[in-house]
Design a binder for this molecule. Sequence first.
Ligand code: IFM
Length: 443
Amino acid sequence: MEKLVFPKDFVWGTATASYQVEGAAREGGRGECIWDVFARKPGAVNAGENGDVACDQYHRYEEDVALMAELGFNSYRFSIAWPRIIPTGSGKVNPEGVAYYRKLCDELHKHNIKACATLYHWDLPQVLEEKGGWADRGVLDAFEEYVKVCYETLGDVIDTWITINEPFCVAYLGYLWGVHAPGQRDLNKALAAVHHINMAHGIAVREYRKTKLKAPIGITYNPATPRPATSSAADARAADISRAFNTEVFMFPALGKGYPELVTKDLNLSFPVQSGDMQLIAQPIDFIGVNYYTEHAVAADEKAQFKTTNKPSWETTTAMGWPIVPGGLERQLLWINEVSNGIPIYITENGCAYDDVVAPDGRVHDKERIKYLHQHLAVCADVIKKGVPLKGYFVWSLMDNFEWAFGYGRRFGIIHIDFKTQKRTVKDSAYFLRDTIAGYGEL
Ligand code: IFM
């Protein structure tokens, strides 16, 4: 039996994102976003699904907040949909959109749950994509306008701000590999998107510091910190290159360390940096958010585009095909703590997909998820003892939802959703987390 023990003031949250849970895509004055358009592209999303209805949280937030409260969570990480706040990307503000997030926050506060808002979790207004999206520097003016509106209209009800969710996915999945909206495959655009998303983060922090708001502000990464497949020097270097390309190009500029030479010199890739950009990106932040799911083994491969290749893993995988590697979380947190010089860290996402079903007894017995969560939480408890300033943990996700290109075919929730009826069923893993939060987390 291993008991999970956490500090009294540890933050316990669940996480979601607007496009994945809200639905009401054509209600409340919301404008079109890149995922509305991408999902209509034949073959882009599994079974042609989309976020039009999703979990209908737009109409059911009271029920969802009540469930979080019942389970003992003290924070909810959600994202603000830019096209609900400014439907045309820049210009006129939509009061109905603002009102929705104010209602959500009021409901959270009524239940003593803090509101942790991500400013950008991938739903770029489509009109901005038509002007070049994140590959075009012009998007930054619109983003600045949007974040200022958020601070002005929601600043008094948000308790924690996250600027960007997973810049890696925005730049690479969206503009390099084309598996996420806007579905582009163009290295130059991807490198431009890397730089612009980094700048967007800097702008969001810079503008925030000009306000009188005092809530903490940070950024969420999905750092890939792969391990070398063998003990050869070549594979060790491959792991360094892979980490530089996947993670350091985002994290290092924000930490004032610039773009890594393994990318600019060894891979010979360049970013459209203009004078003053690097200073702008390197705004002091209050925390780093970490989304951790897995770790891969990589090897050197001179023929590969970025000189490294993923090797097969031996570990059991989740329904995403992702190897379960709790030890990778420990390695990653220790590394982040080292490179960031002790900035507070939050796990802003951790979780797993399984093919959960409601059993004849009306319950969801997701034993594999409980094991996964226990293993990763054990690492969290342990690194705190080793001196890592880990301040909180948000499980991904509060509920099964629209899993991007996989549609509704992957269930990450601790609450099961019947997408036909919108019935919510609390899974066993949610009760496990409830007990862990209460101090009885043991297996
Ligand atoms: O669903 C996503 C989320 O939007 C971002 N992080 C990873 C999750 C699981 O793939």
